[in-house]
Ligand binder design. Structure first.
Ligand SMILES: [Zn+2]
Length: 369
């Protein structure tokens, strides 16, 4: 039977207005043209467009789930933090961090994003289908239980996993290939032995007092959660070969040994070669390969149950093309759209030594525990 993919999407995603300025920062009086914040509605509109018009359009079942209820958010987030967001006066626009803008329409998008993620994970957990994808903004993987961070307010995946756990899920795995470290998801499950979090990212390190996680392989989990966090910190410029080798040599064996009941993919496209927010070089074929590997892994270890949740991806045209390639990989299809942009592949002879080094550091950290 041909696989189908449920797409959970709410047009409320477009209400979150992040404004304009110096890229992601506030406007400068020295400049005469303010540019749109990179996390804008247009990026999602292109993603909706390519899924509605592209070759896989007849494989998709579009759904809209209700916004998340407060009770669901409280399973991952701190009550005082949520209250601080809700206390922002209606009509006011505020930078919650230097780059994270909360405006008049934002709560509608934020709660809808968590609601779509909950529904996508629930879709595969209750067996309505093997594959689901939540097309959402704002993204979620930097949001920690007690704080917003990096354009993220609610950890959509964290909230969704907790909702499924309230309905009997015991063991889940997260594979995050957004180009930034999934520090919020890591933080939420860091001491939890039942949620294995993997993050592929460019090696950007900690970025401020509210974002102390470094994303290094030495961050391997705490207490009972030791060994259930794997950081694949890749040097700037890493491309398809490094991502695929790390998946095959480190991630797949670790998750097969862990034995999750479902797999959640934090599917950002900002590791693409043209992303204004990333310094890695993954192509459409690279994303297709990551998703195909994830699908095969899910088939091997959790009856094919896989939910994908949209994270970053800020090159307005190319991210949409990379998303289409991702979902073709998830559906078990060959990549059918040509990659319209050239790229420089990462040299294969350095990849093995790179992955050896990451594995050595992770295993040394686990031995030192
Ligand atoms: Zn990102």
């Amino acid at each position: 039977m041909t696989a189908r993919l449920a797409v959970y999407y709410s047009p409320l995603a477009l209400r979150h207005d992040t404004g304009s300025g110096v890229f992601e920062a506030a406007a400068s009086p020295l400049l005469c043209i303010a540019e749109p914040h990179p996390e804008n509605a247009q990026r999602l509109e292109n993603m909706v467009s390519i899924l509605r018009k592209g070759p896989i359009s007849d494989r998709l079942d579009w759904r809209e789930a209700p916004p998340a209820e407060l009770e669901a958010l409280l399973r991952f987030h701190d009550a005082a933090y949520l209250e601080s967001l809700r206390a922002i006066p209606a009509g006011e626009s505020r930078r919650v961090t230097s780059t994270t803008v909360f405006g008049p329409g934002s709560w509608a998008s934020i709660s809808a994003a968590a609601g779509q993620a909950i529904a996508a994970v629930d879709h595969v957990w209750r067996g309505a289908g093997k594959l689901a994808y939540a097309l959402v903004r704002p993204p979620g993987h930097h949001a920690q239980p007690t704080t917003a961070d990096g354009y993220c307010f609610l950890n959509n995946i964290g909230v969704a996993i907790e909702a499924a756990r309230a309905r009997g899920l015991r063991r889940a795995a997260v594979i995050d290939w957004d180009v930034h470290h999934g520090n919020g998801t890591q933080e939420g499950f860091y001491a939890d032995p039942d949620v294995f979090t993997v993050s592929f990212h460019m090696d950007h390190g900690a970025w401020g007092p509210a974002h102390l996680q470094t994303g290094a392989p030495e961050e391997a989990g705490r207490g009972a959660g030791r060994g259930a966090n794997l950081n694949v910190a890749l040097p700037f410029g890493s491309g398809d070969a490094a991502y695929h080798a790390a998946f095959d040599r480190l991630v797949a064996p670790a998750l097969e040994a862990f034995g999750p009941e479902l797999l959640v993919v934090a599917a950002g496209q900002d590791a693409n070669q043209f992303d204004p927010n990333g310094r890695n070089c993954v192509t459409m074929a690279g994303f297709h390969g990551l998703a195909a590997r994830s699908r095969a892994l899910a088939e091997r270890c959790c009856a094919g149950r896989m939910a994908l949740v949209q994270e970053g991806g800020y090159a307005i045209s190319y991210a949409a093309l990379c998303l289409h390639a991702t979902l073709e990989g998830a559906l078990g299809e060959a990549m059918s759209l040509p990659d319209p942009l050239a790229y420089l592949p990462d040299p294969g002879d350095r990849v093995d030594a790179l992955i050896d080094g990451i594995e050595r550091r992770w295993r040394a950290a686990l031995r030192a525990a």
